[in-house]
Write a protein that binds this ligand. Structure first.
Ligand code: UD1
Length: 419
């Protein structure tokens, strides 16, 4: 069942936008004069209809700045679809509120299920929506099941697809996200890379270079916008923590939490670390479920429900150390200059190691603990931030789309010096 909300589908006001005069039919001036201020009376232009699709928590953080930037530009008319992959208030609604995102125009209410159920469910429901609207572009972000499903449907319907965070590769097909990344990229028409490795990987896979744009990191757009606001959340007081005197841990990858023994040994390791300093562990619903099923105790750690964006940003900003298996947190800690230990065998975000504070420590609890204690004694040096992780990635994306799709829907052909 599709759920639609009542508000207007457009994020930016629908009004005639004008550009150059030479494409207009004779007699346009009088009609334009009636509705447009003289300085804009050049050419009536079609708005670019953009359907943005989000599904899971990290998607919201990435899409928020893009929608905000599109709303500032008169060239775009946006529609937001939530697949409903994440649905708990603290995994979804809280993020919409805090990030100031418009309520979705449609919620596909797909919910939890196997990967096939989620992917197929999104595809079937989204197909109806896209068939009805036929947008000029479908925009997807990240690497979750909803990302891949939306890109596939749009591609099958012949609707151009833009993928933000294209080209990241862990080269580990056991990760469901790796399949999602590969499939999404191969059907996308605009591939927006957050770091140079993304460009290199796409070129190596034979994606034409004209489709690839290095634009920087939209997650960092959001971080920069909300960092000051996050400082007022009071989360440290609430949890009884002192700045730079605690560690934060997150765990949610199936490879770390789905095996009971492995999860238990990781929790033991965190408890051991907590003898040195408090360890805060906001628990993802998937991990909570596994802990409950295995009867694992929580003693010694500061456990919380999944936190909202602002509280979590504050918590990581002030941490002395972060241990995680998340992708986005590797990037955020790079900019926050907080040491990050990634509890995985690989990362699709190598720049966070080359230029950031991230270190891959594998999944052996003994090795992780050793790395954590070493890092506390000798924290990594911070290098220069990655190129374009500067708060303006969304603007770069919309510049590309406005020019390229805007020209297409308005029938404009630009002539280069070589033509
Ligand atoms: C998904 C993404 C992962 C991303 C993560 C961020 C895929 C394959 N995985 O993993 O890449 O890093 O989101 O959180 O798309 N649940 C709730 N409430 C919710 C959502 C989930 O209770 O709002 C529970 C359900 O029991 C569900 C489980 O969490 O079965 C896993 O959710 P799911 O969306 O399948 O995958 P994530 O582990 O969240």
């Amino acid at each position: 069942m599709l759920r639609r909300n009542g508000h207007s589908s457009s994020l930016s006001p629908v009004r005639p936008v004008v550009d150059r005069a030479d494409d207009l039919p004779a007699g346009w001036e009088k009609a334009e004069e009636a509705c447009c201020p003289p300085r804009n009376r050049d050419v009536a232009r079609h708005l670019i209809s953009l359907t943005a699709v989000v599904g899971a928590r990290p998607n919201f953080v990435k899409m928020a700045p893009i929608l905000e930037e599109a709303g500032r530009r008169s060239a775009f008319q946006c529609r937001l679809i939530h697949t409903g992959q994440h649905y708990s208030p603290e995994m979804s609604a809280m993020f919409f509120d805090e990030l100031g995102m418009p309520a979705p125009d449609v919620n596909l209410e797909i919910g939890s299920g196997s990967h096939t159920e989620q992917t197929a469910g999104v595809m079937l429901r989204l197909e109806m929506e896209l068939n009805e609207r036929r947008p000029d572009l479908v925009l997807v972000v990240g690497d979750v099941n909803s990302t891949m499903a939306a890109a596939l449907v749009a591609s099958k319907l012949g609707i151009p697809v833009a993928h933000v965070e294209a080209g990241l590769r862990s080269f580990d097909r056991r990760m469901p996200e790796e399949t999602n990344r590969l499939v999404t990229d191969v059907v996308s028409d605009y591939l927006f890379a957050s770091e140079p490795s993304g460009v290199t990987n796409l070129l190596a896979e034979g994606i034409p270079k004209e489709k690839i744009f290095l634009v920087g990191n939209v997650m960092i757009d959001t971080l920069m916008k909300f960092r000051d606001k996050a400082a007022h959340t009071g989360v440290l007081d609430r949890l009884g923590l002192k700045s730079k005197d605690y560690a934060v841990a997150t765990l949610h990858r199936p490879s770390n939490v789905d095996g009971m023994e492995h999860l238990a040994s990781l929790l033991d390791m965190l408890r051991e670390l907590s003898r040195r300093m408090p360890v805060v562990f906001p628990v993802h619903p998937r991990t909570r479920e596994r802990m409950r099923a295995a009867g694992l105790t929580e003693h010694g750690l500061i456990l919380t429900e999944p936190l909202g964006y602002l509280e979590f940003l504050r918590l990581t900003s002030e941490a002395r150390l972060v241990l995680t298996d998340s992708g986005g947190i590797q990037e955020e800690t790079t900019i926050l200059q907080v040491p990050c230990l990634t509890m995985r065998e690989n990362t699709e975000r190598p720049i966070t190691i080359e230029q950031g504070t991230n270190r891959l420590v594998g999944t052996d609890p003994k090795e992780i603990l050793k790395a954590a204690l070493d890092t506390l004694d000798a924290p990594p040096r911070f290098l220069t931030p990655p190129k374009f992780w500067d708060g303006h990635a969304s603007a770069r994306i919309l510049d590309v789309l406005e020019r390229s799709i805007g020209d297409r829907v308005n029938g404009i052909r630009r002539v280069s010096a070589q033509d």
